[in-house]
Design a protein around this ligand. Structure first.
Ligand code: ZN
Length: 376
């Protein structure tokens, strides 16, 4: 991923995506415009945006720490221009765990907001005037931004974050809360489907509201919510279909392997004969590399058909074991954009798990959910 590590908290790397500085430029531009001193407004915008992201990190850390407490590992937290994402390797199993994990973020933002609002009252003797001045300047563009507005601004935005995230629509935290609540009275799959429908309905409402009122932001938020809801729906469908299945139930055993000394021309011939397009490269039983369709094409272009497979193959391999969880491996393949990964036991090669295998399992299980599970 194109991101830079900032720090690590309790083993969770917090990273900044390379596009993150865009939000600072946008903030400088938006806060600077309309001010009597452009520079001061822009500086205000950059400072409050950086401080706001401290709040975003705490929000994401709250999600992550609860997830870890329930045994769901967190890969990293990534800061994007429009917010933070906690990337989890899996979601906590039980609905109440997912609920606690989801509400931890908005609760944290809410507490930060309330805390900062309380601080403004303690710090400013004329706190009412400060808040009124902030609202006038921020919402009505009446009067310049002052440094004394930093605290009210942060209090307000953290409270807004808490509220916005509780909208009951995926990909917002409120979508997970809704699903978890529904899942206490109905099966998880149905709870997800209903949450997706509610989320997309809300997206339509937000979008219509934006179109009528001419609010471009509202339309963008609507699209974001609609797509996010659809993605969550699909992900859950795949997860439910593959739940409890193992790699051994899906992978292809009758796979042709290539010798490292074979030529790329031979790989092309085998592909054209219709065997497969991704090849494990083996020395005897031992897997030494993978030659994907892309590797063949790149190798042909750079080295020609006579070049040996060993010069074009990849040696850093993502592999699966027969007892690995099928959904987790499917996610790993999707993340690495792989069409096939080798299945190994110890050093020895057993076969390939391909995208077609996964699609086949998905089709079978969608029609007959119990079929493959009975074998276990
Ligand atoms: Zn959140």
């Amino acid at each position: 991923m194109n991101s830079i590590k900032l720090l690590t908290v309790r083993g969770i790397p917090i990273r900044m995506h390379i596009t993150f500085p865009l939000i600072l430029i946008l903030a400088a531009f938006l806060f600077g415009s309309g001010q009597s001193s452009w520079l001061r407004g822009a500086a205000f915008g950059v400072v409050v945006t950086l401080l706001l992201f401290v709040g975003v990190v705490l929000h994401e850390l709250a999600h992550s720490l609860v997830a870890i407490a329930f045994g769901a590992p967190v890969k990293q937290i990534v800061l994007l221009p429009l917010g933070g994402v906690s990337q989890m390797e899996k979601v906590p199993e039980r609905p109440y765990q997912e609920l606690l994990m989801a509400v931890a973020g908005p609760v944290t933002s809410g507490l930060i907001g309330i805390g900062l609002a309380a601080v403004t009252i303690l710090v400013f003797r004329n706190w009412f005037d400060v808040w009124a001045g902030f609202f006038r300047s921020f919402f009505l563009q009446l009067g310049d931004l002052k440094w004394s507005y930093v605290l009210p601004y942060l209090a307000f935005v953290n409270l807004f974050l808490a509220g916005f995230n509780m909208i009951p629509a995926f990909p917002m935290d409120g979508g997970r809360v809704l699903r978890a609540l529904l899942a206490t009275v109905m099966p998880y799959g149905r709870a997800t489907r209903i949450s997706v429908i509610i989320g997309q309905g809300l997206a339509w409402l937000i979008g219509l509201f934006g179109l009528i009122g001419g609010g471009v932001m509202a339309v963008l938020v609507a699209i974001f919510v609609y797509v996010g809801a659809a993605q969550e729906g699909r992900l859950t469908q795949v997860k439910m279909a593959l739940a409890g299945l193992r790699v051994r139930q899906a992978f292809s055993r009758g796979v042709r392997a290539l010798d490292p000394e074979a030529s790329l021309g031979q790989a092309v011939d085998m592909t054209l004969e219709g065997f497969q397009s991704d090849f494990p490269v083996c020395e005897g039983e031992r897997l030494v590399g993978m030659l994907t369709r892309t590797d063949v094409l790149v190798g042909l272009k750079e080295k020609g058909p006579q070049a040996p497979v060993r010069e074009a193959m990849r040696k850093e391999l993502v592999v699966a074991q027969p007892d690995d969880d099928l959904f987790e491996i499917q996610q790993r393949m999707a993340e690495a954009k792989l069409d096939a990964i080798p299945v190994v036991e110890g050093e020895s090669f057993l076969g390939l798990l391909t995208r077609q295998d996964l699609e086949e399992v998905y089709r079978v299980v969608s029609v007959q959910p119990g079929l493959l599970r009975e074998e276990v």
